[in-house]
Write a protein that binds this ligand. Sequence first.
Ligand SMILES: [Fe+2]
Length: 351
Amino acid sequence: MTSNNSAEKNADYYERLKAAHVAALWTIPGTLAAEPTLDEVPYVWHATDVFPLLREAIDVVDLGDETDRRALNASNPKRIFGTSHNLVAGYQLVLPGETAPAHRHSPSAIRLLLEGSGHTTVDGEPVFMERGDLVLTPPYAWHDHRHEGTVPMIWLDGLDVPFVRGQHAQFAEEYENGELQALNQGEDASVARYGAGMIPAEREWTKSYSPLNKYPYKTSKASLLNFHASEGQPSTGSSMEYVNPITGGPVIPTITCFLTVVPEGQKSKAYRHTPSKVFCVLEGSGYSIINGERYDWEENDFFVVPSWHWYEHHANEGSDAILFSMSDRPIYEPFGLLREQVAPDAPVKAS
Ligand SMILES: [Fe+2]
């Protein structure tokens, strides 16, 4: 048989594979790649670029009539949807006097208040939000927003929608008649009940997420800075993880959150890990080196560090940088997929 005949025969073979909806493993790139193959890149969303677009949306869409949520999602430049492969972040704006009606869904959400103040109601508890507060809306928790203040309220949203969609597990429903939900607890009741490092002795919390609906920034920042001053790393900064006070685990099943301080003029250690991470700048300014490229940031910017990318943060002179971050790390841990390194020589840790 000539080589031409052989090539024709092979072409016919591959065509028949296609028709049978099978593929030859030896033709698929990356099936046993030595390292992760990514469909996401590092990127910074600058508040100076996106806040004006968000404010323009006030004239484009009415809250209540045309949409339940005036929000701009951040799509990674290499993805159609999702800031990373598991997480989506974005900014949301509510005007004074507006309300965003109650709904609930299987994806989990966190919010980080950046401007203004107002209420998110979570399963009947009105939660008052101020700058830097972390507020949880866990899976299937009813949530709505009320804004009684005088200036627009803007926060960072973070959700696990790309992950949940990927599992074919997204469900959502509106509250009765598209209204606000009925209040059944006092303001910040979960903080009063669980925020003192105590849990009720005779009442068991069996849900998969934290019983705290809010982690006030005032408390979180004080805790971080106290830890940093007493036991942290004076030159490279320190991080603390927000936890479920019942289990010590992540605040919600798919997302864990951190608060990090990098002293002014200093740089953090360098890390890389399989989970992706979205950082939001609460204080200070600086830049991060991600896989050798520089990404500048200042207050209210957020940026994504994709899986398995080396990164380190540099804080500018003038003030310490405080970075909030959320990570899809809890998704990796149960399946032995967590892999992380700290430069330069720390061994790989795999659970
Ligand atoms: Fe929602």
